[in-house]
Design a protein around this ligand. Structure first.
Ligand SMILES: Nc1ncnc2c1ncn2[C@@H]1O[C@H](COP(=O)(O)OP(=O)(O)O)[C@@H](O)[C@H]1O
Ligand SMILES: [Mg+2]
Length: 237
């Protein structure tokens, strides 16, 4: 089964050793959550996959192709889309222009399924804001735009770093529905999160990271049955 395989990653920032033996396996078309408290190593893991942090050792296989050591641009061309936790959008460009910036020449084997209209179909709230500049969007609207812009690159694997952090409950609920739609469309999704409730609504499997090490891999049912585990490694429960 293709998908994403991360094996024994060790990542450093300078001399600080941050990730230890991180291994993840994400089946093609599945949705997996990387859960962990602040500072656990979630962002560093996603950045390592995207080529934004350079692992010192380990392997990253996308559909059995080694992508470890490639540049972020090359990794994006191979079909990986990354939505950083900072939700970077262009404040002076309109919603539509922000989406158009995300459109890039996709390799010929990638189905170009996303257009501005398709993004508006997924996020109707953005259509109503078509001509508004990025600076005047709410946090939730910025997050939808940030995801929309990444989708415009037609990724097959989507990496979302804490997609609902700091957002109002109504927006969290909308995003959970929208991410579930992406999942049904056949995208493979890896997202990071601190809390269980949102993750459980969309992910098939969960990995828990703490102090740069994977402490748990499994289903939510097994995790929920283990109060000690939740208490040790998560912000809730
Ligand atoms: N650029 C950096 N330089 C040095 N240490 C960093 C840097 N970024 C993050 N760290 C450290 O790496 C650890 C993991 O951080 P991070 O991956 O951002 O965690 P999370 O996303 O789970 O909150 C933390 O101890 C953090 O302080
Ligand atoms: Mg983070």
């Amino acid at each position: 089964m293709p998908g994403l395989k991360v094996r024994d990653l060790h990542t450093y920032y300078g001399t600080s050793h941050i990730l230890f033996d991180v291994s993840l396996e994400i089946e093609d078309r599945s949705t997996v959550c990387l859960l962990g408290r602040n500072g656990a190593g979630k962002t560093t893991t996603l950045k390592s996959i995207m080529g934004l942090a350079t692992p010192r050792s380990g392997a990253i296989l996308l559909d059995d192709l080694e992508i470890g050591g490639k540049s972020p641009v090359d990794i994006a061309r191979l079909g990986v889309g990354y939505v950083p936790e900072e939700r970077i959008i262009f404040p002076d460009l309109t919603v539509r222009e922000n989406l158009e910036v995300g459109e890039k020449t996709a390799p010929s084997y990638v189905v170009e399924r996303w257009s501005v209209d398709a993004i508006y179909g997924l996020f109707p709230m953005l259509e109503a804001l078509d001509g508004r500049v990025g600076a005047y969007l709410s946090g939730g609207e910025q997050q939808m735009l940030s995801i929309g812009r990444t989708l415009m690159g037609n990724p097959s694997l989507l990496l979302l770093d804490e997609p609902v952090e700091g957002l109002a409950p109504a927006v969290v609920s909308a995003l959970s529905t929208q991410i579930n739609r992406l999942k049904k469309m056949g995208l493979t999704i890896l997202f990071s999160e601190q809390n269980l409730a949102f993750s459980e609504a969309i992910a098939d499997r969960v990995f828990i990271i703490e102090s740069g090490r994977i402490k748990y891999e499994g289903t939510f049912a097994d995790l929920n049955a283990d109060a000690g585990l939740k208490h040790r490694y998560l912000a809730v429960g």
